[in-house]
Design a protein around this ligand. Structure first.
Ligand SMILES: *Cc1c(COP(=O)(O)O)cnc(C)c1O
Length: 424
């Protein structure tokens, strides 16, 4: 069952001020979810979530999440600069990059960020870029064929990320010899994973490895970072990840696989993006044309530059038509709404510019508002300008019900801004 935190009247009122398409995020729901995640891991005194900036790189949302105690997980110069702008510096920044330019290592070290290395050769790269290694270092583990992987992230052994298990022992020994004092271990082997056990098992693998490396290398670990990848229920018949179950499962594993094996307490870190903002962001568009040829096409004023996931991965994003919602309450999908089977399209000259293919959606007419759910992560962020399509505005519905423009829509002037050509 999908619900919307807006009535049709509220959405029409917002759309009368802010032309469609736009993304709108729900502050109240984001904060409530952030608190739920922290509560699930309250057993671990050092627990820290580093919000994966790439999911929704908007400083207003990052600031809101910082107020909830979240740090920033960055992987590029722009993301480091955003973290700094919202006041996340020092160990509130995790720098999990790959194929990293020297300048980004330098920026991360200047900010005092935790540098999470992607490869054994990057030890020397950081030394070259920064003069010496920071006192705290982390390595990203690629468990290879140990772990099954999933549809978006693929098989770990085919993934470009991280160190092999053997390389880790060597890397920590070398870093210890070079004077590094504090250590972390990271992995990220899930993406949009809906099984709690998969996340718990990932933590267990890290606990076992931490114990083994500690013994062999003669170090102890400050933290493990289990990465992101907690999935969200894009489809109405899917269930949200039970964060409490994941928290309790990891706690049990922590006691059995780490503390009982003689390793001192360590901090548990996460760098989730999708499950932090994904379900609480909506792409709101209007039906522009209804076209009936060999199929019925519902043409929107949004296109895949506003939400690329359906075209990129065949991802499902649920569609609601708020005009069918009861007045005065939030919209909850009803069974008795008339349906039409159609392709829901954008205006790009690419036939994969479709938000839904042969889907039964509530019957719409040109001019109707339509909402694509779960667009709050990897939505606006993946926008692009191919075909001269412009990125939309981002709005934040504040806890008091007011609406704040947190990014304006692009204009043609933005599109032409990098050209130096007479008349443009
Ligand atoms: C993408 C990414 C994340 C966030 O993943 P989600 O699926 O959004 O939770 C975290 N860490 C790294 C290194 C990533 O690349």
């Amino acid at each position: 069952m999908k619900t919307l935190p807006f009535t049709n009247e509220q959405l029409e009122a917002i759309a009368s001020q802010h032309p469609t398409p736009f993304h709108i995020y729900d502050e109240k729901a984001i904060r409530a979810n952030a608190r739920r995640l922290k509560a699930a891991f309250a057993w671990n005194p050092g627990f820290h979530e580093y919000f994966a900036v790439k999911a929704t790189p908007n400083p207003w949302l990052m600031k809101l999440l910082k107020e909830e105690g979240f740090g920033s997980d960055c992987s590029s110069m722009a993301e480091l600069v955003l973290a700094e702008a919202v006041g996340n510096v020092g160990e509130d920044v995790m720098f999990t990059s790959n194929d990293t330019p020297d300048a980004e290592f330098r920026k991360a070290v200047e900010l005092g960020a935790i540098v999470n290395l992607d490869d054994i050769t990057h030890i020397a790269a950081v030394e070259r870029a920064c003069g010496k290694l920071p006192a705290l270092m982390c390595c990203r583990w690629n468990p290879g064929p140990l772990k099954g992987g999933n549809a978006i992230i693929g098989k770990p052994e085919e993934a470009k990320y991280g160190f092999t298990t053997e390389q880790l022992y060597d890397a920590y020994a070398r870093m210890k010899a070079k004077g590094v004092k504090r250590f972390g271990l990271h992995t990220m082997v899930a993406s949009n994973e809906l099984s709690p056990q998969y996340i718990i098992d990932t933590a267990t693998l890290l606990f076992d490895l931490v114990v083994d490396i500690s013994k062999k290398v003669g170090i102890t670990f400050d933290f493990i970072n289990i990465g992101g990848g907690i999935g969200i229920p894009y489809r109405p018949d899917q269930e949200a990840q039970p964060l409490e179950t994941i928290g309790a499962g990891i706690e049990a594993s922590y006691r059995a696989h780490l503390i009982a094996k003689g390793h001192p307490d360590l901090k548990l870190y996460m760098e989730c993006g999708r499950c932090i903002t994904g379900p609480y962001g909506y792409l709101v568009a209007r039906v522009r044309h209804l076209k009936r040829t060999y199929r019925t096409y519902v043409g929107l004023d949004a296109c895949m530059s506003n939400l690329m996931r359906p075209a990129l991965y065949g991802a499902y994003h649920h569609i609601s038509v708020p005009k069918y919602g009861p007045a005065g309450t939030t919209y909850t999908e009803k069974a008795e709404v008339p349906l039409m089977t159609c392709d829901v399209t954008g205006s790009l000259c690419e036939n994969n510019d479709k938000f839904a293919i042969q889907r039964a959606i509530p019957e719409v007419q040109p001019g109707d508002l339509l909402v694509l759910h779960d667009a709050g992560a990897h939505g606006h962020a993946m926008g692009f300008q191919y075909n001269g399509k412009l990125r939309s505005a981002e709005l934040l519905r504040r806890a008091d019900g007011s609406v704040q423009v947190i990014r304006r829509a692009e204009t043609l002037a933005d599109y032409f801004a990098t050209l130096d050509f007479p008349g443009l």
